[in-house]
Design a protein around this ligand. Structure first.
Ligand SMILES: Cc1cc2nc3c(=O)[nH]c(=O)nc-3n(C[C@H](O)[C@H](O)[C@H](O)COP(=O)(O)OP(=O)(O)OC[C@H]3O[C@@H](n4cnc5c(N)ncnc54)[C@H](O)[C@@H]3O)c2cc1C
Length: 510
């Protein structure tokens, strides 16, 4: 495989086992339409269908096409330094709710994989710091883990072959790592076996409501539902203003072959730039070793990096230094959304608007967060509540009273968004004419309008450089050959087709 091609290990070897429904066979009306078929949408649809509700999934691209198929796939209760961040900003009850929801989701994943014969690994998880100034963060994470009842241990040695001792580490034994695609396909199959319909390649443009329920308006006709769940990463409807509370963060991954095989375990550094490591089976790849090492990191806000390609180069350099002889087999990137409050948001899109629900803000921990969201939605939409889920669900609620703690962060986040909006338009105003070298793209002014000119594989394309979501000026992503919006993370191919983010339409051609 050419190392410049970006495709995840999971997508490359995915054996498509799921079948979908024909759009022409759709029903007039459903109890619930779930928009999006990542882990959140598929598990939500499955749990609702198993409770006897008439459910449809409507997916714009394909199963797992966006974040879930490009995740690192750790299903872990030790999540870097997330628990101490939550613990600092919220009550002990909220911190406990978050961990109980995470453990509930982890148990669901293990049970589901076991029942359906899907492989998963058990491995010890580590959060470590190389930088001595980060020791306090490790100590805090250890304290918060113990206070939440996790059997974490504070250690100074980790099984990575660094030429030096790490400054500090915390470990949690017996965590889980998965390949997300078999799980998604199995969830889709189970959901369909329970009566759900699954439509791919249909984009939801908006959702209207009337006294009879919801009208889900797609790019190919409407369908009706009593309720709608937006499991779209970031919610696609601006109602509720979630885009102003979420920061889209893109990160990079490579899968390498290490002579003699990699050390087992899941690792996440508290240092900056972050390093995230795990192992994976090499089955179905061109590797000669049995196990691969996945190395991730170098995250940044979408559309705010000068050369995304350098993020991969840096990961590869670090991997070769740490694991001499490391050979790259795959590279890919993905983005996820972090809420200003540091917690997921699961619930009505607006207070009192119970017909449209969102599940978002997983902050790069949606392999458990997305499943926990599905469990909450299944409990709330069913006739009888699941009392175990209800015990921790309030910690993950949208519109929780603690949202006020994120106000200073929201102010900073939106001031930065406003800055990038102004900067993009100013730069577009001041650059004119010209073409783009192969593999590059630039924004120029053409008849007063910002136009994105890019050349990929010798083909030059011109598109509107204005994001149809809220008017941000797009920036070229040289690693993925895409146009990325620095405001709220919408992304488009070189010829303007929408890839992901809150936008719901393609770029206009020029
Ligand atoms: C690099 C990286 C590594 C990560 N590693 C981990 C990890 O190790 N462990 C962990 O717990 N979490 C991890 N995460 C986070 C986790 O992968 C995500 O939180 C999770 O996959 C989100 O799932 P989702 O279903 O909510 O969203 P997605 O998987 O993005 O699914 C949303 C779906 O909605 C569809 N959609 C969007 N708009 C529309 C529309 N208008 N109409 C119809 N469909 C639409 C999209 O096409 C997409 O398929 C990682 C994230 C990143 C970025």
């Amino acid at each position: 495989m050419a190392t410049e091609t970006t495709v995840s290990l999971w997508h490359d070897r995915a054996a498509r086992t799921a079948t979908y429904d024909s759009w022409s066979g759709r029903q007039e009306r459903y109890d619930v339409v779930v928009v999006g078929a990542g882990i959140t949408g598929t598990v939500t649809a499955l749990l609702l269908a198993e409770r006897g509700l008439r459910v449809a999934i409507v997916e714009a691209r394909d199963i797992g096409a966006v974040t879930t198929g490009n995740t690192t796939g750790k299903v872990s209760a030790l999540q870097g330094t997330r628990l101490s961040q939550i613990g600092r900003r919220h009550s002990a009850a909220v911190r406990q709710g978050y961990i109980d929801g995470t453990l509930s989701a982890q148990r669901w994943v293990v049970d589901f994989c076991t029942q359906h014969g899907l492989d998963f690994d058990r491995a010890d998880a580590y959060t470590y710091a190389v930088d001595p100034s980060k020791v306090g963060m490790i100590d805090a994470e250890y304290r918060h883990c113990r206070a939440a009842g996790l059997p974490a241990e504070r250690v100074t040695d980790i099984p990575l072959p660094f030429p030096f001792r790490v400054a500090a580490a915390v470990t949690l034994p017996d965590q889980i790592q998965i390949d997300p695609m078999p799980l998604l396909f199995a969830a889709v199959e189970r959901a369909r076996a329970s009566g759900a319909q699954v439509f791919v390649g249909r984009r939801v443009k908006t959702v209207d409501t009337d006294e009879a329920g919801c009208i889900v308006r797609t790019d190919d006709g409407d369908i009706r539902a009593d309720r709608v769940v937006l499991a779209t990463g970031i919610p696609i409807l601006d109602r509720g203003g979630f885009f102003a509370r979420l920061e889209p963060d893109r990160s990079y991954c490579i899968a390498v072959e290490v002579p003699g095989g990699p050390p087992e375990g899941m690792y996440l550094s508290a240092d900056s730039p972050t390093r995230s490591l795990r192992t994976a089976s090499a089955a179905g790849t061109a590797a000669s070793e049995d196990r691969l090492l996945l190395v991730g990191g170098n995250g940044h806000v979408v559309g705010r990096h000068d050369s995304t390609r350098s993020a991969y180069d840096d990961l590869l350099r670090w991997s070769r230094q740490t694991f001499p002889g490391a050979r790259e087999l795959y590279r890919w990137s993905a983005q996820d959304y972090t809420d200003i409050d540091g917690l997921p948001e699961v619930g009505p899109i607006l207070p009192g608007v119970d017909r449209i629900w969102v599940a978002t803000g997983f902050g790069k921990w949606g392999m458990t967060g997305g499943v926990a969201a599905a469990q909450i939605i299944a409990s709330r939409f069913s006739e009888s509540r699941d009392h175990e889920v209800e015990a921790w669900a309030p910690a993950l609620s949208s519109w929780r009273t603690e949202l006020v703690t994120g106000t200073p962060t929201a102010v900073r986040l939106n001031a930065t968004v406003a800055f990038h909006l102004a900067k993009g338009w100013w730069q577009a105003e001041t650059s004119s004419g010209g073409t783009a070298e192969d593999g590059s793209g630039r924004v120029v002014r053409d008849c007063g309008r910002p136009v994105g000119v890019s050349t990929v594989g010798g083909r030059t394309t011109r598109v509107s450089a204005v994001c149809p979501h809220l008017g941000g000026i797009l920036r070229w992503n040289d690693a993925e050959s895409s146009w990325d919006c620095p405001l709220h993370g919408s992304r488009f191919t070189a010829d303007g087709s929408l890839l992901e983010g809150p936008a719901t339409s393609d770029l206009a051609g020029r």
